[in-house]
Ligand binder design. Structure first.
Ligand SMILES: Nc1ncnc2c1ncn2[C@@H]1O[C@H](COP(=O)(O)OP(=O)(O)OP(=O)(O)O)[C@@H](O)[C@H]1O
Length: 311
């Protein structure tokens, strides 16, 4: 595992914010952290980012334990953190700000200027390099905050609700950037309440509730386990014969006639099963004009899980 926590706990004065969290993340994963307000997501991200110290347990990062108290620069160098509501210096120019952040990581010229250009291109702020930060839109500010979090080319990027308050276009831009970082091999943990965004790029998700990690799974496994798939089939004719054939298939339930040519049914199989079903129908000579499956989305799966209690 690239990142692993063992029995991680964080006790604030009267609040147990993290309770025996055992998290496992593979290298290159984009891991979505979901859960109601107060569940402990921010606390977990802060502990993983070395911004806060756990009261119990350990974090293993690329085979080494994270060292709290006296931060090891070598570990800090490998972690990027975008906190919620990241403050920016409004009077600074975009370029100068990134240069300042890069200097804090002791980056030297000419690599420093190269990296700033690279990051400005990545977050689509090249045209704003000489603009004052105070003049940027909210979406641009968020992309600049992301730029500072990755300026030192971390292996692990932690982002706390990075898209909250952004409009659909700004969120879409943000998703594209995350996908590029993912393609470059960065391991990413991102907390968000916008599950349709997470669904778009996450390989795994974890659900937190009252300080505990109550679910952690590959997104594909979660879909296989919990998502209801609706199969829709349209035929040229002989709908009754299609209905009779489907009724004999084990993975088909609740067949419903939509109109003269279309049936819908609940389908419990995976992609392989779907292919096998299509083959069976074709071999039986059914004149299929449309065959598709719609899958329940992450939002509806999450609601079904019924993890709704806040800390
Ligand atoms: N510095 C602190 N001192 C005391 N309690 C804290 C502190 N930080 C967080 N908590 C408490 O720990 C619990 C977890 O908070 P946390 O911010 O980690 O949740 P969250 O899942 O990120 O919530 P949200 O979705 O609202 O951001 C909450 O009950 C919160 O009040």
């Amino acid at each position: 595992m690239f990142l692993e926590t063992q029995h991680l706990g964080k006790q604030f004065e009267r609040q147990l914010a993290l309770d025996d969290v055992n998290l496992q993340i593979r290298q290159g994963d984009v891991y979505g952290l979901i859960g109601p307000n107060g569940a402990g997501k921010t606390t977990l991200l802060r502990v993983l980012a070395l911004a806060d110290e756990p009261t119990l347990g350990k974090v293993w990062f690329d085979g080494q334990p994270l060292v709290y108290g006296r931060h090891l620069p070598a570990q800090k160098q490998r972690i990027g953190f975008l906190p919620d509501d990241y403050p920016l210096y409004n009077e600074m120019l975009v370029w100068h700000y990134l240069d300042y952040m890069a200097r804090l990581y002791l980056m030297q010229e000419p690599q420093r200027a190269d990296r700033i250009n690279q990051v400005l291109e990545l977050v689509q702020l090249e045209s704003k390099r000489d603009s004052r930060i105070g003049t940027l839109s909210r979406g641009m500010r968020q992309r600049l905050s992301l730029a500072q979090a990755i300026i030192h080319q971390p292996d692990l990027l932690l982002m706390d609700e990075p898209v909250s308050g952004l409009d659909p276009l700004a969120r879409s831009q943000f998703r594209q950037i995350v996908k590029r970082l993912q393609a470059e091999g960065m391991t990413i943990i991102i907390s968000s309440h916008i599950l349709s965004d997470l669904e778009d790029f996450c390989s795994a998700v974890g659900v937190m509730e009252q300080g505990r990690l109550v679910e952690s799974a590959l997104l594909s496994d979660l879909y296989d386990r919990l998502s209801v798939r609706r199969l829709s089939i349209s035929v040229l004719d002989e709908l009754a014969r299609l209905q009779a054939l489907l009724a004999q298939q084990g993975q088909i339930q609740a067949i419903e006639v939509v109109d003269d040519t279309t049936l819908q049914a609940t389908f419990s199989g995976n992609d392989g099963d779907r292919l096998a079903l299509l083959k069976t129908l074709m071999e039986a000579g059914v004149a299929i004009t449309d065959f598709h499956v719609t899958q329940e989305n992450l939002e509806s799966i999450f609601l079904k899980m019924d993890y709704q209690r806040t800390a």
